[in-house]
Design a protein around this ligand. Structure first.
Ligand code: GLC
Length: 735
């Protein structure tokens, strides 16, 4: 009873741990009264009968769902059915089912519900744990207004391959930053007390290494060394468990030959054994049913798949009906032991207790009117500001100067729903969601000339004419994210991550006009855009910025807000360079420009040089670093530097600490992020920045053993993963 104990204890009463035995006793008592069928019912998750689109309150309850709830055949539901229906179904569970065990309702509230933040990849570029936690608190309370008490978030898949469409949903490519993101989101979603009716159960997904799918193709196979699994892909999940996450969702794919849904090494040895997880595991949609031929082919039939999954440690079966149809018989046949079944049910009941559902099963139908959605919209606007990464700004093109006559071009310049990004199951009316509205709200003299769509033909004449009649062009580029034509999000892997459609023609047409142009990217992944990056005068990475996103992006473009975002992924020059990531090994032949025999591509700039690197982002001012030092002080290494704002306007720098273990028992990455600090400086101001890194953070896993960092290290206190003065320190010990 480790981390969930804290969650449960904090929930049930102030005195930590005093409640955990009390809850366990209540679970024991329930288990003693439950029939085999009722126990299996607690492990079954079915659809709520609605799949949220618009106002889900309309229409009758689904009789299939009602019967399953009243008979205790489905203890968990998925997909928002609206708060009134949730309460009606909950009332049936509590008052009409034999034991009155409440249901739970899960839904993908990934980056917003009634207001929407930028996609998680954009949020990760804020490098701000307080911002992340605060947003998750808002997502949670808004979810509760729709009767949702469990979200399938945060998504913690480290992703190094931009071809994978779900990179949009993750916190980038670095395990340390993703770990901080994980803990912040869990604490935000669950709060100190998930039973307070304003928080939800979090769900760490997709456990694990889903982002390492071969070819960046969704659902595809993953083959990883145990070292890489432990050093790169598991840390965010461990961080989420230690933050008290109540649920974990194993992924669809095969990991080293075993599907994650039936992988005891992942589900029992690692998740329960190493991390001490005591909450509930839930399969991804239908994945237990995917264990049989012609799919994974782990088990001959659904009955064996049900037994195999629960024996491997899968508590809840989402939507495959394997448990519902076959688990009772598999237990009676002795293929699933009673204690294995009881343990899975115990995990589910623990989460329901942790959510306070036994004491307060009903959602507060008046909660929505207690919320200040304008305040939430403002929070989403700030989140959009903080997610923007300024990638280029020649001739001080930005911020826009007052009185400049601007023409805004492209479909994404005035398309509010396309600003919401992947996983938006409600059509959220945003406040100045579109860039056009945002620019106008910020007083920009702007006309809109659509000229082209993301996938259709380009009216080059219109582009040229519109550009000629304006002082400055703001041209929008990127990907579509609406469900119908989504180019990022689930199962939207792209074999070519250049600009879709004929957008390249827009780039060349604008280059030919010679007019200054700002390119604004609305996308869910790094794109291979060397031509655009070269042709434009300024390049704004806006991601999918959310329901107040256009406003937030306009705030940065006009200078009302500073550009403070920093990339959490590398941008390649060409798709063929994927997977591309900063924390790679050097190889025996690290790239040297012009040296024929060092690692490179003959038809692309060497892997030694990304188009834009992890940690990179510009400000409207510039910063200088001086007196950088790395000093070992007992069980920590202290990094200090003097950072000066050289410009005339206030700016915010993200000071980053990278290390390299120079000599180790295995080859170690050329750089690894080990700490960062945001520092705000007025023009001309200097601050001494101090970042402490525990020595324990400098170790790594090899052959199942945690190896302590020893000997000489290179280090950098830097503005991104490419720059910084080389420092060294020595941890002593034999190397
Ligand atoms: C989907 C996704 C997962 C989501 C689940 C429930 O297929 O893989 O991220 O939480 O199903 O919607």
């Amino acid at each position: 009873m480790k981390h969930l104990t804290i969650a449960c204890a904090v929930l049930a009463c102030a005195c930590a741990d005093a409640a955990a035995p009390a809850i366990e006793k209540r679970i024991d008592a329930l288990l003693a009264r439950m029939t085999l069928e009722e126990k299996v019912g607690q492990l079954v998750q079915i659809g709520s009968g609605d799949f949220a689109s618009g106002d889900v309150e309309k229409g009758p309850l689904d009789s299939h769902v009602v019967n399953a709830v009243v008979r205790g055949e489905a203890g968990l539901l998925i997909s928002c059915c609206g708060i009134k229906k949730y309460n009606q179904l909950q009332k049936m569970a509590v008052e009409e089912s034999r034991l009155g065990i409440p249901i739970m309702l899960g839904h993908d509230v990934i980056h917003g519900c009634r207001t929407v933040a930028p996609i998680p990849l954009g949020l990760s570029c804020a490098w701000d744990e307080d911002l992340w936690r605060g947003l998750a608190e808002t997502f949670a309370v808004e979810a509760r207004t729709r009767g949702i008490d469990w979200t399938f978030a945060p998504m913690l898949d480290v992703s190094r391959d931009a071809r994978w469409g779900r990179i949009a949903e993750c916190a980038g490519q670095d395990p340390f930053l993703a770990s901080r993101y994980a803990a912040s989101m869990v604490r935000g979603f669950q709060g100190d007390n998930p039973a307070d009716g304003r928080h939800v159960a979090a769900c760490l997904k997709h456990y694990v290494a889903y982002g390492a799918c071969e070819g960046g193709r969704d659902y595809n196979t993953v083959e990883l060394s145990d070292d890489t699994l432990r050093n790169v892909y598991l840390p965010p999940f461990e961080a989420g468990v230690r933050a008290g996450a109540l649920t974990v969702m194993p992924a669809f794919h095969v990991m080293n030959g075993l599907p994650c849904s039936a992988n005891p090494y992942l589900l029992r040895t690692t998740l329960r054994g190493r991390f001490g997880f005591e909450g509930m595991t839930v399969s991804d949609w239908g994945s237990v049913g995917e264990l049989v031929p012609p799919r994974h082919g782990m088990y001959a039939n659904l009955a064996d798949a049900a037994a195999g999954a629960i024996n491997a440690g899968m508590d809840v079966d989402m939507m495959s009906n394997a448990y519902r149809r076959h688990l009772v018989e598999r237990v009676k046949a002795g293929v699933v032991k009673a204690n294995v079944l009881d343990e899975a049910v115990r995990h589910v009941l623990r989460v329901k207790f942790a959510l306070g559902l036994f004491e307060h099963p009903y959602a507060d139908e008046k909660l929505l009117e207690k919320l200040d959605l304008k305040k939430h919209a403002e929070q989403m606007r700030v989140a959009a500001q903080r997610s923007v990464v300024l990638l280029k700004n020649e001739k001080r093109t930005l911020p826009l100067k007052r009185g400049t006559r601007v023409v805004l071009m492209g479909e994404l310049g005035d398309n509010p729903s396309e600003m919401l990004g992947t996983w938006q199951t409600w059509d959220v009316p945003g406040e100045n969601a579109a860039l056009l509205a945002g620019l106008r709200a910020d007083g920009v003299d702007v006309v809109y000339a659509p000229c082209y769509t993301m996938t259709g033909a380009v009216d080059v004449v219109a582009v040229t004419a519109a550009a000629t009649n304006a002082d400055l062009v703001v041209a929008t580029f990127g990907e579509l994210c609406g469900w119908a034509a989504a180019m990022n999000g689930e199962n939207t892997s792209r074999a070519d991550i250049g600009l879709p459609g004929e957008q390249d023609k827009v780039v060349e047409a604008l280059r030919a006009t010679g007019r200054p142009f700002v390119a604004v990217l609305f996308n869910g992944r790094p794109l291979a855009i060397p031509e655009l990056a070269d042709a434009c005068d300024a390049l704004v990475e806006a991601w999918n910025p959310g329901s107040s996103g256009g406003w937030g992006v306009a705030d940065v473009m006009t200078g009302l807000a500073e550009p403070t975002g920093r990339l959490t992924v590398d941008f390649p020059h060409k798709t063929g360079e994927c997977p591309l990531y900063y924390n790679r090994l050097e190889t025996g032949r690290p790239w040297v420009d012009g040296d024929r025999w060092t690692t490179r591509y003959v038809d692309a700039p060497s892997p030694g040089r990304s188009l834009f690197s992890f940690g990179f982002g510009l400000s409207y001012t510039t910063f200088a670093y001086a007196n950088e030092k790395a000093a070992v002080d007992g069980d920590k290494v202290v990094f200090t530097a003097d950072v000066t704002n050289l410009g005339g306007r206030t700016g915010e720098e993200v000071v980053q600490v990278y290390v390299r273990d120079v000599v180790a028992c295995v080859s170690r990455p050329r750089r690894e992020l080990k700490g960062w600090q945001r520092v705000k400086l007025v023009g001309g101001e200097t601050k001494s920045v101090r970042i402490e890194v525990p020595v324990s953070r400098l170790g790594f896993w090899h052959a199942g053993t945690r190896v302590a960092g020893e000997g000489e290290f290179n280090a950098w206190i830097a503005p991104d993963s490419d720059r910084g003065r080389l420092l060294t320190f020595n941890l002593g010990g034999a190397r």
